[in-house]
Design a protein around this ligand. Structure first.
Ligand code: GLN
Length: 306
């Protein structure tokens, strides 16, 4: 299959629409509001290491909630299952990613690790185990074979305006679901969201999810076990795109994780990982053209888990 040609066709079809301003850039984080909407990039890496890319695939963007996939991976590597899942569920929330509503009725237990509350709870567990910020950068740098860094300006911008995330953390703390000071859990959370990576880097970094947990670049190294990789893919499919997870499964049928920076990473198990980026978002906070691009990719290749 001519994967490079397919990515080029998708970029050719969608880049003009990004330039015309499809979707709405996340403006509730001031540093993200300044990102021009007119970007479109797409990249993939196959199970056996072939890479393809088109459009702005090598430009770094704010990975935002895509980071939740990698902090969960780190938590799976670090913590026994009982400790990890004691305070976080594994069900889709059906609510916006920053909603407070279920936390009260469910006594501070976040529905899943891919909404903000769940990711803050994961960040808290990682802080308890030490050196969390350095470890997430080390994991990502190793996975994509290039140095990955925080964008301190984005992290500071979120820390200054992340009122909902502060509320979520305090609310969970009131039910004794957060061990560390909320400031420490949030500092980790805001930093992980600020990580800047390109589509090519994210597609490569997610490679272990289409290789039964095996490191994309290092032969013989497991990032997670094959069972954990299956579970991460299952959580992405059911919870990775917030309250649009059903629509994503219906239209695309791949495990996906999105972020309000406009990136979406997707996995075709046993075959390839890909990442698309376009900053304009739809009403659920997912990249509007990113979703279309994935739909086009699946139609062109016939690759889907269904
Ligand atoms: N940093 C963002 C927030 O906390 C992440 C949300 C997202 O990407 N969906 O609101």
């Amino acid at each position: 299959m001519d994967l490079q040609g397919i990515l080029e066709e998708i970029a050719y079809a969608l880049a003009p629409r990004a330039a015309a301003g499809a979707g709405k850039v996340a403006d509730y984080i001031p540093a993200l509001a300044r990102v021009p909407a007119a970007h479109f990039g797409i990249a993939l890496r196959t199970r056996d290491g072939h890479e393809a890319a088109a459009g702005d695939a090598h430009l770094a963007f704010s990975i935002q909630s895509i980071s939740k996939l990698f902090t969960l991976t780190l938590a799976m590597q670090t913590l026994p299952d009982e400790e990890l899942w004691q305070r976080i569920g594994r069900e889709p929330s059906g609510n916006p990613f920053n909603s407070l509503i279920q936390l009260e009725t469910e006594r501070g237990i976040a529905r899943n690790p891919f909404i903000n509350a769940g990711a803050i709870a994961v960040a808290d567990r990682l802080v308890t185990h030490g050196d969390a910020k350095r470890r997430v950068l080390a994991l990502l740098s190793s996975l994509c074979g290039e140095a990955v860094v925080f964008d301190e300006e984005v992290a500071a911008s979120e820390a200054a305006t992340g009122y909902r995330n502060v509320a979520l953390a305090n609310f969970m703390k009131s039910f004794q679901r957060i061990d560390n000071p909320v400031e420490s859990a949030l500092d980790m959370y805001f930093h992980q969201c600020s990580i800047a990576m390109s589509c090519a880097q994210v597609a490569r970094a997610a490679g272990y999810l289409c290789r039964d947990g095996a490191h994309p670049l290092e032969d013989g190294t497991q990032v997670v076990t094959d069972r954990q990789a299956r579970r991460l893919n299952a959580l992405m499919l059911t919870c990775g795109t917030y309250d649009a997870a059903g629509e994503f499964a219906y239209r695309i049928g791949l495990p996906c994780k999105s972020g309000v920076g406009g990136g979406i990473v997707a996995v075709v198990p046993d075959t390839l990982s890909l990442c698309v980026w376009s900053p304009g978002l739809d009403h659920s906070g997912n990249s509007a053209l990113g979703m279309e691009a994935l739909e086009m990719f699946v139609s062109a290749t016939g690759l889907s888990v269904f």
